[in-house]
Write a protein that binds this ligand. Structure first.
Ligand code: HEC
Length: 156
């Protein structure tokens, strides 16, 4: 019996459809369908200060979070120009599960120990409202900027 590899196979067609719809094939742990209610950036800034996030983070344009004489534990910069703004899901993950994906701009030793983020764990002290407002504040600190691209003219 010969098996056709190029012909139409109903079973393959069904699987492609399932993959395209994403529904039945998605990982049960995926973030699909995750949405936060609208947060308030101003309140988020107050939370940032209350929870002492500024002891490890500077936020560009909010130098008042680190007044004169303030002694930071470390400085991981948040906000500023970025080629891609983090989604709510990514920002929430950075706050409640920081070791999931460590900030890429720093050396591993600077920001983590044995793969675990040096960021403090707030999960048993932060309210959901605080988290929502924090994310609204953080997201507003990033500015979308196209990465510098060098344009090459066609060579004739
Ligand atoms: C003890 C120091 C420390 C404190 C306090 C701290 N963080 Fe962090 N944070 C880090 C370090 C180190 C990283 C980089 C490693 C990582 O990605 O987890 C980080 C990463 C982040 C990132 C991801 C940055 C990126 O570029 O990917 C966000 C967002 C963030 N922190 C938010 C917060 C917020 C909000 C608070 C307060 C509720 C806070 N952090 C408190 C140390 C801290």
């Amino acid at each position: 019996m010969s098996v056709s590899t190029t012909g139409f196979s109903p079973r393959r067609a069904v699987c492609v459809l399932i993959l395209l719809s994403g529904a039945a094939c998605s990982d049960p742990k995926s973030g699909r369908g995750f949405t936060l209610p609208e947060g308030e950036a101003e309140r988020g800034k107050a939370v940032f200060s209350e929870l002492a996030c500024s002891s490890c983070h500077s936020v560009s344009g909010h130098e008042d979070l680190r007044p004169e004489g303030f002694e930071p534990e470390m400085t991981v910069a948040l906000g500023g120009e970025t080629p891609r703004i983090a989604t709510y899901g990514e920002l929430v993950t950075s706050v409640i599960n920081p070791s999931h994906r460590l900030a890429r701009r720093y050396s591993m030793e600077a920001v983590s120990e044995d793969g675990v983020s040096k960021m403090r764990n707030y999960n048993d002290v932060m309210t959901v409202d605080q988290l929502i407002d924090l994310v609204a504040f953080l997201q507003a600190q990033y500015e979308l900027k196209d990465p510098d691209r060098t344009y090459y003219y066609p060579y004739y």
